[in-house]
Design a protein around this ligand. Structure first.
Ligand code: NI
Length: 196
């Protein structure tokens, strides 16, 4: 075998190996874009003081929003949008549970949440828990929050900085969609009707 024949042979072998890897051995392209890993197991306490987990919501769609009851504007706005979306759905929304999870468990006791959620919608569920339980739930939903002292205010007074996203979760507990600032009740209700 000449040196030249050897090199040609080697080049062909490498080429074949590349083709084999690309078309025969490489894993197939996924057929469906995987859904983001948002949500998952949580254990919290509802506004009646009952311990609940994500399993208690199986079989129902959830509209999940994280915030806190002392929030001056962002949370009330988001919860009003959720309540309006629920009202737009009417009876078709029976399989949808709107859920408000506090990021301020220190002040948002079940009693505080019970009063607060009733201002927005009769079916709105308020959830709180230990700081650890709330941290775990926020982490599962990739929600950011942080305590911010109020300047020149009472040293015990503080605000909570937090991300403002409405999550739509399916009856299997898996993430379906999310709505950011500026989402309208009409848009959320329309998206839900696609599933209901
Ligand atoms: Ni807020």
């Amino acid at each position: 075998m000449t040196r030249r024949a050897f090199y040609i042979g080697a080049a062909l072998a490498v080429g074949l190996a590349v083709v084999a890897w690309r078309y025969l051995l490489a894993p197939p392209e996924p057929q469906e874009v995987p859904r983001p890993a948002i949500g998952g197991p949580f254990t919290l306490v509802d506004h009646n003081g009952k311990t609940v987990s994500e399993a208690d919501f199986r079989g129902q769609f959830m509209l999940v929003y994280f915030g806190y009851t002392f929030c001056p504007d962002v949370c009330p706005t988001a919860l009003t949008i959720i309540a309006d979306a629920m009202n737009l759905l009417g009876g078709r929304g029976d399989g949808v549970v709107p859920v408000f999870i506090t990021v301020d468990p220190e002040r948002d006791t079940p009693e505080q949440l019970r009063m607060y959620v009733s201002h927005f919608h009769p079916r709105l569920v308020g959830l709180t828990g230990t700081p650890e339980q709330v941290t775990a739930a926020a982490k599962a939903y990739r929600v950011y929050y942080a305590k911010v002292p109020i300047e020149d205010g009472d040293p015990d007074d503080y605000a909570m900085d937090h991300s403002s996203v409405i999550y739509l979760m399916g009856p299997d507990g898996k993430y379906l969609d999310s709505f950011g600032t500026g989402a309208t009740p009409e848009k959320i209700a329309a998206r839900l009707r696609e599933f209901l």
